[in-house]
Design a protein around this ligand. Structure first.
Ligand SMILES: *[C@@H]1O[C@H](CO)[C@@H](O)[C@H](O)[C@H]1NC(C)=O
Length: 270
């Protein structure tokens, strides 16, 4: 009797281990992986520390910090430097990491300091015509917006919304907008929808122009397809970038250990 109880307990223990391991494998958070890969790269880490330091707090009205506010223009400049000088494989992995749950999506939404760089200072978003007009008058922003419009405009009839080879160019152009007056970000933690912080409710007789601009972000099959295509390559990019020993803890050895654990569990049972 004692023999069988022991075996049964061992069996249960091994089964538990198996369950834990497979739970671990489905819980991958690509945005955390991307952050770790950036930390492991000296240049990426340095540029990210710079923008994090410049983007602390909320955007202050008028652009100058009151108590604890941040200077939006400095924060946005640091964000532009991050994307201009950081290794694209790493900066894009942070910007476009694919998420399956709200915890990951919330982290993704927070990655580029939305309180300082994206939303506010008022509680309600302005009409998109305001940042759009400012961008078109800006020597810095205008060419970036034109590049985004040219590279990410959906093409009717093509697979994924735009010619496949244009995907990487579309992502670069999108990343180029981060840190301009039309800085886009993820809108919530339950979808992958992106847009600048603005709406089209109060846009009067220019409503169509406003909607057309906003739709380039929120309902753009070319941009969505390019992000998805990027994500289907991302795991290999990140594995190349980081030290294989450093991150082995959770998700590395499980493929090889599942058959061993299964064999042990069966042996315990017999
Ligand atoms: C998702 O967003 C909502 C609304 O902003 C927030 O209340 C919630 O805590 C967020 N979820 C996570 C997992 O952060």
């Amino acid at each position: 009797m004692a023999c069988c109880l022991e075996s049964a307990l061992l069996f249960l223990l091994l089964l538990l281990l198996l369950l834990l391991e497979s739970a671990c494998s489905t819980d991958g958070n690509r945005c955390v992986d991307a952050a770790e890969a950036c930390t492991a790269d000296e240049q990426c880490q340095q540029l990210r520390s710079e923008y994090v330091a410049r983007c602390l707090g909320r955007a202050a009205p008028g652009g100058w910090p009151g108590s604890g506010g941040c200077v939006r223009s400095r924060c946005r400049r640091a964000l532009r430097r991050f994307f201009a000088r950081g290794p694209p494989a790493l900066t894009h992995a942070l910007l476009f990491c694919g998420c399956e749950g709200p915890a990951c999506a919330e982290r993704r939404r927070q990655t580029f300091a939305p309180a300082c760089a994206f939303s506010g200072p008022g509680p309600a978003p302005p009409s998109c015509l305001k940042p759009l007009d400012r961008c078109e008058r800006s020597r810095l922003c205008r060419p970036r917006l034109l590049a985004f419009q040219a590279s990410c405009a959906p093409v009717p009839g093509s697979r994924d919304g735009c010619p496949e080879e244009r995907g990487p160019r579309c992502l670069r152009a999108y990343a180029g907008l981060v840190g301009t007056v039309v800085t886009p970000n993820y809108l919530d933690n339950v979808s992958a929808r992106v847009a600048p912080w603005c709406g089209c409710e109060a846009s009067g007789n220019r409503r169509e122009e406003c909607e057309a601009f906003r739709k380039l972000f929120t309902r753009n099959p070319c941009l969505d397809g390019a992000i998805q295509a990027f994500n289907s390559f991302q795991p290999s990019i990140l594995q190349d970038q980081r030290n294989p020993y450093q991150n082995a803890g959770c998700c590395f050895p499980k493929v090889s250990s599942i058959p061993i654990l299964t064999a042990l569990a069966l042996q315990a049972l017999l």
